[in-house]
Structures are given as C-alpha cells and as structure tokens.
Design a protein around this ligand. Structure first.
Ligand code: URA
Length: 432
C-alpha cells in the first residue's frame, strides 16, 4: 500500500496497521513524502481518531525516527515526569532533585515556553552559567553520578515529532488526543526511564479545557506506556489559576528553591508532594503514592532536595550561590503594585490571561526577559483588600513598565462578597 492509500484508509475511518503507520512516518522523516501528504493524514486522524493500538504504533514509529538515550549505566530504577504545560508550573525544578535525593534517579529532558505557558529550560537558564545543552553522554553520566540532570531535548531525538508538531501548528491539527499523546510519549520513550508520571493539566490555563478531556488524554498516554512495558501514572491536576504565586522565569526558579527548602505556596508545595510521591511509588521506592508523599515531605523538611539541586546546578556549570540566595535571581526587576478596584474574596485568577501578560512582557523586555513576571499576593480563597493583590516584575533597565500589562493583571482577578474555598489541586489519577 502506498501513502495515498493509507491517507484514504484513515479518511474513510478504517484502522491502520502497524506497517502502514511505520511507512508514513518513515517516508515523511526521510523526505520521501510531502508535507501535504502528512497534513492530510493528520487531519484525517483529527476527524476519525485512532484506536489505542494505532496511537501506540504511531508513538513507536516516531521514537524510531531518531536517537534514544542509553541509561544502562544508571544504577537502580529511573523515573521521568512530564507536565502538559501550565502557568507558573515549575514543578520539575522541585520534584526532579527531590526524588533524586530520595534515591531514585531522574533523567529529565524538558522544553521551552509554548504559547501562554512557560518552559522549564528557559527557567533553569536564568541561573547564571548553567547549561541545559548536555550531550547524551554527559547527560547519562550526570544521572549516573548524582541521580539527576535536566537538559534540553536534543535535535536528534524524535525528529518526527519536531516536524509533525510544526505541521500540526500550521494546519489546525494540534487538538487531537492521539496526536498529543503520541507527541508527548514519543519523547518520554526516547529518554527511556523505567517509570513515568504524567501531570495532565485541566482548566483555563491548560491546553485541555476540562477535567474530562484531560482524563482521556491521561488514559491515552498511560495506555501507550503500558504497551511499551513502562509503569506510567497519569495525574489530572487543575490549572485554572496560576500554580503558586510566581509566574515568570527567574521568579519561578526562586519560588521552586523556596519550596525545596521547605517553604513555598501551599498549592504548589502540595502538587510537588503529590507528584514526587507518585514518582517514588512508580519506581518502587515507596509502597504507595501516599507513602511516597510522606517521604517527599520529609525530603522537603530535611533540605535533602535543596542539597541535590545545589549538586545539579554545580554539575551543569551554574552559580551555586543563587540556591542559597534565590532573591539574587530577580535583582534588577522593579515590582509594580497592582491594586484591585474592588475589595472582597478572590474567586478566580485567569491563568491564561496572566500567562499571556508574562509572554508579552518577555517579548518587550528583550535581553532582560528572564526577570519579567507576575507575583500573586492573593490567590483564590483569600481576601483582597486595599493592599496590592499582585505585582508586575519588570526590568528597570528596559524603560517604563507597559501600563497595559498592569491593567491586564488587574482584569485577571475576579472578586466577590462571598467567600470561596481555595482551589484543590488534584482532580484524578489514571493508572493502567
Ligand atoms: N506538548 C507536546 O509535546 N506535544 C503536543 O502535541 C502538545 C503539547
């Protein structure tokens, strides 16, 4: 069967074989089939869907398109985590060193900012001197030596995803559960950890608008992992208001360090404990996610996680001093207060709106973009009075702060006379 027949088969709603899926991905990556052919197939997948077996075969074909890491030199079980992306989501910066400090190695490849959401790599690179550009050898050696590395995905891993993702972006074919699931899982399988914890975000600030769709995505990814012989757990977590109180690259690193040192905002610390607990359980270092959470809490209290972060920063060439004094990261940023027009109980903070403000600030600040951000002094469930509910972080060296950003942050808040509870973080757990 040729490429056109495969496209027609999916167009007509029929199930593709492993060989047919392997053929189209292989031919596309080697340049023997065109963007037009792949775009037609992607649209057929968006409209017709894929069975779990087809989705797994698509994922495996994408993994085959590039290099994989060889983690065989790393002793014991390894565990990876992935978030589908949110606003203020700096969880990796806490859970990777924390879990490593508790004896399970974490090989973590991360991405850059996408749309209104931030990227772990941009955040980590605000630590002076730190490199995220590690060769596969150096990455694996660091994981074997100290138990953790966070690096940028290399160009040679899953090239099929890079090309297909760009095409999806240009052809309105991003929003498809089989396509998102295969894109995410191909990158996880190419890294090759034994266990994977997925944090699938649902809500205003997430790519999945509601818990039901997020659960379906989590299920699809857990299913792929199972077919690949991995232990995979999918957490569905809420992303309606920003996570924690800091949004913006340097401010988020500072908040992550504060959280690793046993402080940090309640919602963010809770999510870190839950994710780390599941990572420890999935890797067999805890008997259950609850027990894992207890271990994680102890790691935060004892400072073992922050000590591991220090080791990781040193191994990747960064200035270790910022781990002791995280406030150094946002030096040079003015804090412009945002006072709400109405006082009352905060019922909503639109995460997408806050994420977009930070994206616009970064775009305007040029070389100083790392210190741009928003600090939330009030969260949902708290009372906003005449004091500032938020501050905009803006680099003093970049001229006057954009007035529009301040108005947008103000407009992201909703207040009411009636009290509401704080948002709960976890909305569901999907296992095989
Ligand atoms: N993130 C990914 O890596 N792939 C997608 O398709 C969507 C989000």
């Amino acid at each position: 069967m040729g490429i056109r027949e495969v496209i027609a088969k999916k167009r007509d709603g029929r199930e593709l074989t492993s060989e047919e899926i392997g053929l189209v991905v292989g031919e596309y990556v080697s340049g023997n089939s065109s963007d037009a052919e792949m775009a037609a197939l992607l649209m057929a997948i968006v409209l017709r869907g894929m069975t779990p077996r087809e989705t797994a075969d698509l994922t495996f074909a994408m993994v085959e398109s590039g290099e994989r890491l060889d983690l065989s030199s790393v002793p014991g079980m390894t565990v990876d985590k992935h978030s589908t992306g949110g606003v203020g989501d700096k969880t990796t910066l806490v859970v990777a060193p924390l879990v490593a400090s508790l004896g399970v190695a974490v090989p973590k490849m991360s991405g850059r900012a996408l749309g209104h959401t931030g990227g772990t790599i941009d955040k980590l690179e605000t630590i002076p001197g730190l490199t995220t550009d590690l060769s596969p050898d150096r990455f694996c050696r660091q994981v074997a030596d100290i138990g953790v590395a966070i690096a940028a995905q290399t160009e040679r891993m899953v090239p099929a995803d890079k090309r297909i993702y760009a095409l999806r972006d240009a052809t309105a074919t991003v929003e498809s559960i089989p396509l998102i699931a295969s894109s995410v899982m191909s990158k996880k399988l190419a890294v090759g950890a034994d266990a994977i914890v997925l944090d699938v975000k649902a809500g205003r600030g997430a790519f999945m608008p509601d818990v039901e769709r997020a659960r379906k995505l989590a299920q699809a990814m857990v299913d792929i992992g199972g077919r690949a012989g991995k232990r995979v757990v999918g957490l569905v977590t809420r992303m309606d208001e920003p996570l924690g109180r800091a949004v913006g690259d340097a401010a988020e690193v500072a908040e992550a360090i504060e959280t690793l040192a046993g402080g940090g905002p309640a919602d963010f610390a809770e999510l870190c404990e839950i994710v780390a607990g599941h990572m420890l359980a999935a890797a067999g270092a805890a008997g259950s996610a609850e027990e894992g959470r207890t271990f994680a809490q102890r790691g935060l209290e004892s400072g073992s996680g922050v000590a591991k972060l220090r080791e990781m920063v040193a191994a990747q060439g960064g200035q270790v001093g910022v781990v002791e004094e995280p406030e150094r990261l946002t030096l040079g940023a003015a804090r412009i207060p945002v006072v709400l027009e109405r006082q009352g109980h905060v019922t909503r903070i639109d995460a997408r709106r806050v994420g977009l403000v930070v994206r616009q600030l970064r775009a305007r600040a040029g070389a100083h973009k790392a210190v741009c951000g928003v600090l939330l002094h009030r969260k949902v469930g708290e009372v906003a009075d005449v004091k500032p509910a938020a501050s905009v972080l803006w680099p003093e060296a970049a001229g006057p702060a954009p007035e529009r950003a301040i108005a947008e942050v103000r407009a992201a808040f909703e207040v009411s006379e009636k009290a509401v509870p704080a948002n709960c973080v976890l909305a569901g757990v999907v296992t095989a």
